[in-house]
Design a protein around this ligand. Structure first.
Ligand SMILES: Nc1nc2c(ncn2[C@@H]2O[C@H](COP(=O)(O)OP(=O)(O)OP(=O)(O)O)[C@@H](O)[C@H]2O)c(=O)[nH]1
Ligand SMILES: C=C(OP(=O)(O)O)C(=O)O
Length: 240
């Protein structure tokens, strides 16, 4: 496919089976929180505005999570309703889900998601994003996608500066995901333009992925979305 400025972006969100997800998160509500954070991430991405985000594609082999997240997004979550960017920019994008194929880990899931997105939405860019961004605001993702170059790949580092929260591929470029240890450096070394310096302080929720309880506390300080907030309240009530 020819390159060029994307018609819009498809945000690809990978989500592990909830039973195995967030293994580093030492919290009694771990599985519930993994679902809730993915729900808030999907809702925030869907609320960016359809002039920038055309669709959100969840890649998961967890049927319950898939059903819950796509249903929530259809109704329009509280983040979507309250988000500053969704209104006036063409409304919310649809959230769809596909199975995780070939079920061989995160990078394989992302390559599959990118292929599905490119087939379904020709001429669109693909933006792979972590599904644990509990404090993501639609305006942050909007700013990052508008900052991505019209050709080639771009990357945004996580809050620690070593991992990746967002990897974009404009039309005509392959995503080439290398998530895992030191993924930010690997993405830069493989040619992705680094968006981190230009955006750093302006997108704290986008850079705050939640793997540990320390990350969760940092996300809470920024302000988590409604699903995560409800999951935390449920976990607290169950513990009390
Ligand atoms: N579809 C899919 N998503 C994955 C897979 N592995 C990780 N993810 C997702 O990719 C993002 C980053 O994942 P990780 O930090 O590696 O895994 P995690 O479950 O979030 O946390 P840990 O278990 O503590 O590593 C999260 O949105 C995960 O749900 C996979 O094999 N398939
Ligand atoms: C997989 C990654 O992140 P984490 O394991 O920290 O969620 C990454 O940053 O590439």
């Amino acid at each position: 496919m020819a390159g060029g400025r994307p018609k819009g972006w498809i945000v690809v969100l990978p989500l592990k089976r909830l039973g195995a997800a967030k293994s580093r998160l030492e919290h009694p509500g771990r599985a519930l929180l993994a679902l809730a954070m993915a729900t808030d991430t999907a809702a925030a991405a869907a609320a960016v505005g359809r002039d920038v985000v055309t669709g959100v594609l969840l890649v998961t082999n967890d049927p319950a999570a898939s059903a819950a997240i796509t249903a929530q997004a259809v109704d329009g979550g509280e983040v979507a309703k309250d988000g500053p960017a969704g209104q006036g920019h063409g409304g919310w994008a649809p959230v769809l889900a596909v199975p995780d194929l070939p079920d061989r880990g995160l990078n394989a899931a992302l390559r599959h998601g990118a292929r599905v997105a490119t087939r379904r939405w020709p001429g669109h860019g693909v933006a792979a994003m972590s599904a644990d961004l509990a404090a993501l605001r639609p305006a942050e993702l909007r700013a990052a996608l508008l900052a991505a170059p019209p050709t080639g790949r771009a990357v945004l580092a996580d809050a620690a500066g070593t991992g990746t929260v967002l990897l974009c591929a404009a039309p005509g470029s392959e995503l080439l995901p290398r998530f895992g240890e030191d993924s930010h450096a690997l993405h830069v070394r493989s040619g992705a333009v680094d968006l981190t310096g230009g955006l750093a302080a302006s997108v704290p929720g986008l850079r705050r992925d939640v793997d540990t309880v320390v990350d969760l506390a940092a996300a809470r300080l920024l302000g988590v979305g409604p699903a995560t907030s409800a999951a935390l309240a449920t976990a607290a009530a169950n513990a009390g």
